[in-house]
Design a protein around this ligand. Structure first.
Ligand code: BGC
Length: 787
């Protein structure tokens, strides 16, 4: 019906040029209104719009500018007034713009990664999209400042949904101040491949943790009336060969892992956008994949926002449009410009589908408030507020992995000399590269140059750990710095100090994976040399994702700071000296070696491509290298991602998922499970001498009939406890997390039989456990004594 209205309207009533310039005649408007009322499906958004606006003002724009109408009705009213050309204009970007040297920049383009020109006559604003995975990208090009937040994997180590909301709200706040109205951050791909170059943009190997944290992050972005996005949908779990690889995973495993993470975040945040990824998923490219886009995202989950392609990730016109792609970005491949118009005119893509594409976009603009509350006037980003927020998040995110003999926290009074070694700790902290790169204020702290960050280069931010260590040490303490480039010199510096703090770095970036879990640049040898020279060696990690640590037994303490953000130097010093009690827990497993992973080598990473992932710089100034398509067989581990793999294969990780130490100690007792497993309740006691936060974790093992021989995270709570305090903690359990996906019924069902619930402070340390039989009827709770 809608189709007839639109195609008739286009054919009979008006040509595109005429409609772009001439106001609509009264006769046309009357006809349109009648057609809309007659042809709209009863109960549809357009019917609602038509009835809600029966007293429509003479200027049709006033009708959809009425904020009392719902976003769908408003979008339909506007779409009825759009020409075919205007619709086509809104389903693709205006090109690479400032991203590519020499490319013309469209008027209104705000200097971000993408731009869709608006339609002023309809009051439809431009869409200005900015990369903003860990802070707003490309600020320097416009002479602006943006806050560098800790990496997303770091944020997820806080297991704190409120911190995730804050994280997103910093990004939304700064995007708004700079005049952007859409974020294209929201990295969500599951950490299946621990050597993936973009893990620092992603959250976790566990779908519930990842979905919750990224969902809250997107909510935070959108709380500023900025359109949020979640990406890269889906199975873009490695960078090597990302433009051509075919990710293979059977449907049940896909639904219960990578898709579950997206499902949770999308239903929690209702983001405006979901960015489909470069890779293929079980045969079809992700941006023309009917199963993942139409069937799962839009049908099963009822996603109302729009699907936009990753930059250059569209491969067709008709197939992509019919499979559910709504907007082609950045648009200069022309799939959704003239070719789409011709496909609509020839009927290969129904007019109704084009309207649907525009509807998804425009309704998201109304729903998030970017039309009613545009980011005007612009303002100056508050760097102090951003830094405070970044530091607060980092203080919750750093994970204390080792603390032999309680060497930490350091006592300023008792520490008279420290050798700080390596990691450019004198200059700043490391950040991740690629489209997540935020520009450092003043330029790269280790190689200051004016202008924007250089693609492919490690960028350090001016938050020097050495400076803050000096500030917190006792006056007169000898705090030396050695760059760690010469092992003998580093060992000498270490041997002449009371203790040594070695900073090690692993620079990771979009476009390439690490070939190995090992630290680069001979840093394993550096730590070993320092540890041999000084028995009181502390290691601080600045890394994108899991690494191996062959030297772990020979050092006293290891602090995981991730990429710690603009407040990183201070947060690290605060933890080392005990101003902050560390509380983060690992959102990923740290394997002892590559050999223990489901894929001992990154698939497709050949000696020829080395560490350069074969797709380096995809979509950048460098020409794309397109390797031969290959398959990545994720059925090797299937549902057993991360910690589940280690449990299933009975392998011992270096540090398990969910693990992290504190300067205090927590004791768990008295587990109870509410009837029908609606919640678990237990007592948590801080038995140490200082206040601290504990992340209490709940795992479930499903009945054997489910075919999942491993425990899975089912819930958690971050609890603050004063020294000596006890709290009864209750953690609700979502029935979805106790269920399995049935491919025959295309539904989630909770299996019946014997469940095991376990509670504790890490996936490998669960002092409370209780079996519970659940049937179709509510089974009686069986309480067994805790260990
Ligand atoms: C990345 C996206 C990014 C886009 C725009 C692509 O290469 O995969 O995450 O948003 O570029 O910069």
């Amino acid at each position: 019906m809608h189709l007839i209205l639109e195609s008739d309207r286009h054919r009979i009533l008006v040509g595109p040029h005429e409609r772009n310039t001439a106001p609509m005649s009264i006769c046309r408007k009357a006809l349109l209104a009648c057609l809309a009322i007659i042809l709209c499906h009863p109960g549809s958004a357009c019917a609602q719009a038509a009835s809600q606006s029966s007293a429509r003002p003479s200027d049709p724009r006033q009708a959809w500018m009425d904020p009392s109408l719902d976003p769908d009705a408003r979008a339909d009213l506007m779409i009825h007034e759009m020409t075919l050309d205007e619709k086509i204009q809104f389903v693709h970007g205006a090109g690479w713009g400032v991203l590519r040297n020499g490319a013309p920049v469209a008027p209104g383009h705000n200097g971000g990664a993408g731009f869709v020109p608006g339609i002023p006559r309809l009051h439809l604003p431009d869409i200005n999209l900015a990369d903003s995975a860990v802070g707003v990208r490309m600020a320097a090009l416009q002479g602006r400042y943006a806050t560098l937040l800790p990496s997303v994997i770091g944020l997820s180590a806080s297991w704190d949904p409120d911190a995730a909301f804050l994280y997103g709200s910093v990004i939304g706040r700064e995007l708004r101040a700079m005049g952007f109205n859409m974020s294209i951050g929201g990295g969500m791909d599951l950490i299946r491949e621990p050597r993936n170059g973009r893990n620092f943009e992603y959250s976790s190997e566990d779908p519930i943790l990842a979905g919750t944290m990224v969902g809250q992050l997107a909510r935070g972005v959108q709380s500023n009336h900025i359109m949020g996005d979640i990406k890269h949908y889906v199975l873009n779990d490695q960078e090597t060969g990302r433009n051509t690889l075919n990710a293979e995973l059977d449907t049940r495993a896909l639904r219960e892992t990578d898709l579950l993470a997206f499902q949770i975040a999308i239903t929690m945040a209702h983001p405006a956008g979901v960015m489909c990824s470069y890779n293929r998923v079980n045969g079809d490219y992700a941006c023309e994949n009917d199963y993942t886009l139409n069937q799962v995202l839009k049908h099963d989950w009822g996603f109302k926002g729009f699907v936009l392609s990753d930059w250059g990730g569209t491969h067709s016109t008709v197939k992509a449009a019919l499979a559910g792609l709504d907007q082609d970005q950045p648009g200069d491949d022309n799939f959704f410009s003239e070719p789409l118009k011709q496909a609509v005119l020839s009927g290969q893509v129904p007019q109704a589908r084009l309207d649907d594409m525009v509807h998804h976009i425009v309704r998201s603009m109304f729903a998030t408030g970017v039309i009613d509350q545009p980011p005007i006037p612009r303002s100056v980003v508050d760097p102090f507020r951003g830094r405070d927020d970044a530091q607060k998040i980092e203080e919750e995110s750093a994970v204390l992995l080792e603390n032999t003999g309680g060497i930490l926290p350091l006592s300023a009074a008792k520490t008279h000399s420290i050798a700080v070694i390596g990691g450019h700790a004198d200059a700043g902290v490391l950040s991740g590269g690629g489209s997540a790169q935020v520009d450092a204020p003043g330029g790269n702290a280790v190689d200051p140059k004016m202008g924007a960050s250089v693609w492919g280069k490690a960028i350090y931010f001016p938050s020097s750990p050495l400076r803050y260590i000096r500030e917190q040490a006792a006056p007169g303490a000898a705090i030396t710095y050695d760059p760690g480039t010469d092992l003998a010199a580093a060992a000498k510096a270490a041997s002449s100090a009371q203790l040594a703090i070695v900073f090690v770095t692993q620079w990771m970036t979009e476009g390439q994976d690490s070939a190995t879990l090992s630290l680069p640049d001979n840093q394993d040898a550096l730590v070993s040399a320092v540890a041999a020279a000084n028995p009181n060696t502390i290691v601080v990690l600045e890394n994108g994702g899991p690494i191996s640590m062959p030297w772990a037994p020979s050092v006293k303490a290891v602090l995981e700071s991730w990429y710690p953000g603009i407040g990183g130097g201070q947060a690290i010093a605060d933890i080392l000296f005990g101003r902050v009690n560390p509380s983060g827990k690992l959102p990923v497993t740290f394997a002892a070696s590559d050999a223990d992973l489901p894929h001992p080598q990154v698939t497709g990473l050949t000696p020829r491509t080395g560490n350069n992932g074969a797709d380096a710089g995809a979509g950048r100034n460098q020409p794309r290298q397109r390797p031969q398509p290959f398959a990545v067989d994720y059925n090797v581990e299937g549902m057993a991602v991360g910690y589940r793999w280690f449990q299933e294969k009975n392998k011992q990780p270096l540090f398990p998922f969910g693990f992290g130490l504190s300067y205090t100690h927590f004791v768990y007792s008295d587990l109870k499970i509410e009837p029908d497993a609606k919640a678990v309740t237990f007592d948590l006691r801080n038995t140490g001498a200082i206040a601290g936060d504990e992340i209490a974790e709940v795992y479930v093992t499903l009945p054997a009939s489910a075919g999942e021989p491993f425990r899975k995270l089912a819930g958690w709570k971050r609890v603050s406890l004063a020294a000596g305090a006890t709290q009864t903690v209750s953690i609700p359990l979502d029935p979805l997390y106790l269920s399995i996906y049935s491919t025959t019924g295309n539904a989630w069902t909770r299996p019946t039989g014997d469940f095991l619930f376990e509670v504790g402070g890490s996936s490998a340390d669960l002092p409370l456990h209780q079996p519970l039989r659940l049937g179709p009827e509510i089974a009686a709770t069986v309480i067994v004594p805790s260990k």
